[in-house]
Design a protein around this ligand. Structure first.
Ligand code: AKB
Length: 337
């Protein structure tokens, strides 16, 4: 069987690096990567070609490729997007729309299905106020869809664009013989934590930043209050969910968009775990009003019952397994602690 041709945009980012490694390890894929930045050395040999630059201006390049699967990971994350809103809109919305158009065009022209995997986020939710967040606790996909951030608006709109291009573009659903599909599948990720990379530009970054700082004996000033609670997930589980959703038979999917969850923690619980693991950790709390507001607008937890029912989603790492079996052993190797 010939290898499937896969495009991974945002390949140099945290999810991108982990995903490219997983695809290469599984085998059966020819991986084309794209990113604004160079490819990190660790994934360079796994990419058959790297397209470097701004996706919006590079899009023409991709019309010549016969992709089977597209993972569109490139994005400007929530904190960065909030200070550079127009830029974020261009990267997050314009880039996604261009890629969806290309995929829809090729799927129809060559009568060949293309899977389009899109990481969305808990940022699509907007809880209104802290009391509503506390009362709601864990939210379902169709609840509280009123984002407070540019990034959240971008992600929610791109979910809708994905559904539009896969189901309604050209209003062909009225045809007796509908055209071959652009098969759009999206996951709403919580804060992700990798033992190998650190995020930048996000608002859930206080979780991984705190842990990586503690592991290196560096002091850390957490930019949200101790009681701030959102859901988090180990990077290997994020990659597992992307692979599971890619593999799921279309007939089993009752939705285009799924929550995935693993564990929800307050910032104080993170601190306690960090101090417990690294006795010299120095962590204090200096809330930044802008970033605090973003975290307050995100749900304390998400309900992922739909993903569990439709395609058998289950994380490998709950909070104890995350620390004991993944993060701490890996980080101790990395920093020699
Ligand atoms: C961010 O903080 O912007 C991201 C996210 C939760 O989507 N990590």
């Amino acid at each position: 069987m010939t290898d499937k041709l896969v495009l991974v945009t945002g390949a140099s980012g945290e999810i991108g690096q982990a995903l490219v490694q997983k695809l290469a390890q599984r085998g059966g894929y020819k991986i084309v990567t794209a990113d604004f930045a160079n490819l990190p050395d660790v994934i360079k040999p796994m990419s058959v070609e790297h397209v470097q630059g701004d996706l919006v201006y590079k899009i023409k390049t991709f019309y010549d490729y016969d992709f089977d699967v597209i993972f569109h990971l490139a994005a400007s994350l929530s904190s960065k997007a909030e200070v550079a809103t127009e830029d974020a809109h261009r990267i997050n919305v314009e880039g996604t729309m261009q890629l969806l158009m290309m995929a829809a065009y090729r799927a129809e022209k060559y009568s060949k299905p293309i899977k389009f995997l899109f990481p969305s986020s808990i940022a699509v939710y907007g809880m209104g106020d802290v009391e509503t967040k506390r009362r709601a606790d864990s939210v379902k996909e169709d609840e509280y869809n009123s984002p407070h951030t540019m990034y959240g608006c971008n992600k929610l709109y791109c979910e809708k664009l994905g559904v539009y291009y896969s189901k309604f573009y050209g209003q062909k659903h009225l045809d007796v013989n509908p055209p071959t599909m652009l098969d759009f599948r999206s996951l709403r990720f919580p804060g992700l934590i990798s033992a190998f990379t650190v995020p930048s530009g996000g608002t859930s970054d206080y979780g991984p930043e705190m842990l990586h700082a503690a592991a290196q004996n560096k002091a850390y000033a957490c930019f949200v209050r101790e009681d701030s609670k959102i859901s988090f997930m180990a990077m290997p589980d994020a990659i597992k969910s992307l692979m599971m959703l890619m593999d799921a038979p279309r007939e089993s999917l009752s939705s285009n968009v799924y929550n995935v969850a693993a564990f929800a923690l307050t910032a104080a619980q993170f601190r306690d775990r960090a101090v417990n693991a690294f006795k010299n950790a120095k962590i204090n709390f200096e809330p930044n009003p802008r970033r605090q507001g973003i975290v307050d607008s995100w749900p304390a937890d998400v309900n992922d019952a739909l993903a569990r029912a439709d395609w058998g989603w289950k994380p490998d790492y709950d909070v104890d397994a995350f620390f004991d079996d993944y993060f701490l052993p890996e980080i101790r190797k990395r920093y020699g602690k």
